[in-house]
Design a protein around this ligand. Structure first.
Ligand code: ZN
Length: 111
C-alpha cells in the first residue's frame, strides 16, 4: 500500500512536519504565583491586589527548580511550555503508529 493512501502514515507525516514549529519548546510547567511585595504603601498591601510572579518550574539534574520570568516574557514562555506538551503528544501518536505497523509486519512474517 502506498503511503499517501495509508491514513496512519498520512498522520505520521503530518505530525513529523509539524515538529519543526515546536523547536523553541521549553521543559517544565508555567506557574503564576500571587504575592505581596511587602511595601506598606503598595496596592498589594490590602492582600487582594497582589502582584503576579511568573515562574517556570522544571527539573534540573532531577531536582525541582523554579526560575522567575519577567512579566513581559510570560505569554511567550507559557506558549513554549505548551509546545513541549504538543511535542510529547505528537511523539506518543507517532510511536503508536509505528508500534501498530511493527506488530502488523511481525504477524505477517510469522511462519
Ligand atoms: Zn506590592
Amino acid at each position: 500500500m502506498k503511503s499517501h493512501h495509508d491514513p496512519d502514515l498520512q498522520l505520521r507525516g503530518r505530525l513529523i512536519r509539524s515538529l519543526g514549529a515546536l523547536r523553541e519548546m521549553l521543559p517544565g510547567s508555567f506557574v503564576e504565583r500571587k504575592r505581596a511585595c511587602g511595601r506598606p504603601n503598595c496596592h498589594c498591601a490590602d492582600g487582594k491586589n497582589l502582584h503576579s510572579q511568573f515562574q517556570i518550574s522544571v527539573l534540573v539534574d532531577g531536582k525541582p527548580k523554579a526560575f522567575n520570568i519577567p512579566a513581559e516574557w510570560a505569554d511567550q514562555v507559557r506558549e513554549k511550555t505548551e509546545m513541549r506538551r504538543r511535542f510529547e503528544a505528537a511523539a506518543a501518536t507517532i510511536c503508536g503508529v509505528n508500534l501498530k505497523r511493527f506488530l502488523k509486519e511481525k504477524q505477517e512474517r510469522q511462519p
